[in-house]
Write a protein that binds this ligand. Structure first.
Ligand code: SF4
Length: 401
């Protein structure tokens, strides 16, 4: 992710860096475990592409292609987590699929509700890890969902609570996708409990939760393909933002493989000198600001979306007049947008949040320098759900339900 810290990436065969490179870097951690092993019930069908699912169903059941289309719809449109729920399949077919595979989802351990309408979902994986997703009400209709791409994180951004958890493993595509389905199901259940006619929908997705999404490139790419499919969640690519802490080889791949033209990119910058960024985001010791910005500028143009730079304002560290002036210079002519995020404190963090006056002064200087900037209002900080706070704790006034 990112700036948002807990709001940020798979060491599978897909990785951008090889292990020898990674072992030299303090900034990039090795996973303790790989992707979850398929359990005795076989692969999770929710992570398969339509063609892979068709081949699997054909091999298991035989028969026409529409069988696989039915299964796909149950998984991605109706979000079911058992074969028994697939009522247009025969009993024998459901049993055969159940012997060869699984469709289980993530378990919802806890839902924390903020006074501002934000909800944090704590989810449990089949191998017992916990991850978090955050549902944020939009100003108009619908919700933005912030999702995780790792258990813990492979990077060590010092302002971020997630990095204190270490790096356990990457999430599989089905675990990334299922965060959206569990959150949408929560909205549907809440609406039913309120006798509402309609359940609000998740209209925007940000991969800014736990983990650096571009470090889990293959699983993230697969999840995006599934989530943008009209036969499932059908979330428009222009409403999806992938955040990165500055993993340069993966940003190049993001452009090379066409993702830059499909979804938005948010780059977590957070400093205007290498000396400060080396401290705040140790990944900078591998790919410095100049290299990062040059890589982002070389991405293919996305006509619908600009690049966003996330800038967490740390009191006295990166929020001076000189920082504002340098940031204007760094972004000059890029057309980029800055999201200024006053730091959200969390236990043990070596930083403080700047005063409102200091934030205003920094932002005004950027505006006068021609930089488009938006100040992100903290959402859900009473339940530890704001940017940079995802660390599996409950916040100060959480009300589990
Ligand atoms: S440590 Fe990981 S989750 Fe936290 S901001 Fe950095 S990349 Fe994102």
């Amino acid at each position: 992710m990112h700036p948002s810290g807990a709001w940020h990436h798979a060491f599978g065969g897909s990785l951008v860096l090889d292990c020898s490179t990674m072992s030299e870097l303090v900034a990039i951690r090795r996973p303790r475990t790989g992707l979850p092993r398929t359990d005795e019930t076989g692969p999770n069908l929710r992570g398969m592409s339509p063609d892979e699912l068709a081949a699997f169903v054909q091999q298991t059941l035989g028969g026409p292609r529409y069988r696989a289309d039915q299964v796909y719809e149950w998984l991605h449109k109706h979000r079911v987590t058992s074969f028994e729920a697939m009522t247009n399949l025969g009993k024998a077919q459901r049993a055969a699929l159940g012997e060869a595979s699984t469709v289980r989802g993530l378990d919802v351990d806890t839902v924390l509700r903020s006074v501002d309408g934000t909800r944090k979902l704590r989810l449990r994986t089949s191998d017992g890890h916990q991850i978090e997703s955050v549902l944020i009400p939009n100003d108009g209709r619908g919700f933005t969902l912030c999702i995780s791409s790792m258990v813990g994180c492979s990077l060590t951004c010092q302002f971020c609570a997630t990095q204190t958890l270490g790096f356990q493993r990457n999430l599989a595509a089905w675990e990334i996708v299922d965060q959206v389905y569990r959150a949408q199901t929560l909205l549907a259940d809440d609406a039913a409990a309120d006798d509402a006619q309609w359940a609000p929908r998740i209209t925007n997705l940000v991969l800014m939760g736990m983990g650096e999404p571009l470090h889990n490139f293959v699983q993230v790419r697969r999840a995006i393909d599934l989530l943008t499919d009209d036969r499932g969640a059908g979330i428009a690519g222009r409403r999806i933002t992938v955040s990165t802490a500055g993993l340069v080889p993966a940003i190049e791949r993001f452009g090379r493989e066409g993702l830059a033209e499909e979804v938005g990119l948010a780059v977590s910058l957070n400093a205007t000198t290498d000396a400060v960024r080396d401290q705040v985001m140790p990944i900078n010791t591998k790919w410095n600001i100049e290299t990062l910005l040059a890589t982002v500028r070389a991405l293919p143009a996305n006509r619908r979306r600009r690049i966003t730079y996330e800038y967490v304002l740390l009191d006295g560290v990166n929020d001076t007049d000189a920082d504002a002036a340098r940031l204007i210079g760094l972004l000059e002519g890029s057309g980029a947008h800055v999201n200024a995020i006053p730091f959200n404190p969390h236990a043990g963090a070596p930083y403080g949040r700047p005063s409102a006056q200091r934030v205003s002064r920094f932002v005004e200087r950027l505006r006068r320098g021609g930089v488009a900037v938006h100040v992100r209002t903290p959402r859900g900080d009473d339940i530890g759900a704001a940017c940079g706070q995802l660390a599996l704790d409950a916040g100060s006034s959480a009300q589990p339900s």
